[in-house]
Ligand binder design. Structure first.
Ligand code: HSE
Length: 312
């Protein structure tokens, strides 16, 4: 158990995509690709400090009250009842405001590293609450990114208070393509664009699609899954903020995606696909559609059954 000053632990937490169509704030999926890395080092000075951030272009705050890595680390120490000092070095592999769970990855990597640093008193699931405290600072108290960032796989967040999470099976063979345009959309802004209330008929259709999507995950029915990647409530409001988004989704569907929608709060667009080769074709078509709208982009493909935070 490394508890001497200067001892350190490095952890990585992956990108995640959330919502998946009808599951606004309740469905989240871990991805295989970029992520954030945090090194936590024991310090003789109590409290949590961010000593360096790399890969953010200077955009993220060093203030430990405002930075999700520091908030999650401090909340992890508090939950464990440990009054130690921790210094964090954050290496951002994820673009900020991209719809790939950037703030959640920083929080998950920091909570995971901090817990290991103090001897691992908390289980992975118990780290979700500290990460929720962190998300609340920047993007609202939702667990659909932090839960898969920590636990991996596909997670249904039934409640955040008290936390009630359900792991869903990932349909065999499912791949994901993700295309991120060079365009930042802050989660706060993307959430402010959402309607205060929705019509009952829309609620009925959204509930039916979410229920059917969960069933498709259990049965591995990709044809049913394809019919359920639908969101008439949230994604259209975000799509209106993302240049070319409608064309990008249409391009994914023409290239054979099972479904395509905004990833999390955007502007990344996600496509669910039947195979790796189809995911590669689909992401190329999506990137071309963004290009036609004047936006360069980066993309990656991922299996849908990926691990969460781990030691590096
Ligand atoms: N479910 C959230 C949203 C994810 O769509 O706003 C953003 O982090």
């Amino acid at each position: 158990m490394p508890l001497s000053p200067g001892a350190s632990v490095t952890a990585f937490a992956p990108a995640t995509t959330s919502n998946l169509g009808p599951g606004f704030d309740v469905l989240g999926l871990a991805l295989d690709g970029p992520g954030d890395t945090v090194t936590a080092t024991l310090s003789p000075t109590p409290g949590v400090r961010i000593v360096s951030i790399e890969g953010d272009g200077g955009a993220l705050p060093l203030d430990p009250q405002q930075n999700t890595a520091a908030v999650a680390a401090a909340a992890t120490l508090a939950l464990a009842g440990v009054a130690l000092g921790v210094e964090l070095e954050l290496s951002k592999g994820l673009p900020i405001g991209s719809g790939l769970g950037s703030s959640a990855a920083s929080a998950a990597a920091a909570a995971f590293a901090t817990n290991l640093l103090i001897g691992g008193p908390l289980r992975k699931r118990e780290l979700i609450e500290p990460c929720l405290d962190a998300e609340a600072v920047v993007a609202g108290r939702h667990a659909d990114n932090v839960a898969p960032a920590l636990l991996g796989g596909l997670i249904l967040v039934r409640r955040t208070d008290p936390l009630d999470l359900i792991r869903l099976p990932v349909p065999p063979g499912l791949w994901v393509g993700l295309v991120t345009p060079a365009f930042e959309l802050q989660t706060r802004v993307a959430r402010a664009a959402l309607p205060e209330a929705i019509e009952l008929a829309a609620m009925v259709r959204q509930s039916a699609d979410l229920a059917a999507l969960v069933s498709a995950c259990h049965t591995g029915d990709l044809a049913l899954l394809s019919r359920c990647v639908v969101d008439e409530v949230v994604a259209p409001r975000r799509a209106a903020l993302i240049p070319g988004c409608g064309e990008v989704i249409a391009a994914a569907e023409r290239a054979g995606a099972l479904g395509s929608t905004v990833s999390g709060a955007g502007p990344t667009v996600l496509a669910l696909c039947r195979s790796r080769s189809n995911a590669i074709e689909v992401t190329a078509a999506m990137a071309a559609a963004f290009e036609a709208s004047g936006l360069s982009s980066t993309s990656f493909v991922s299996t849908a059954d990926c691990p969460g935070a781990r030691r590096r």
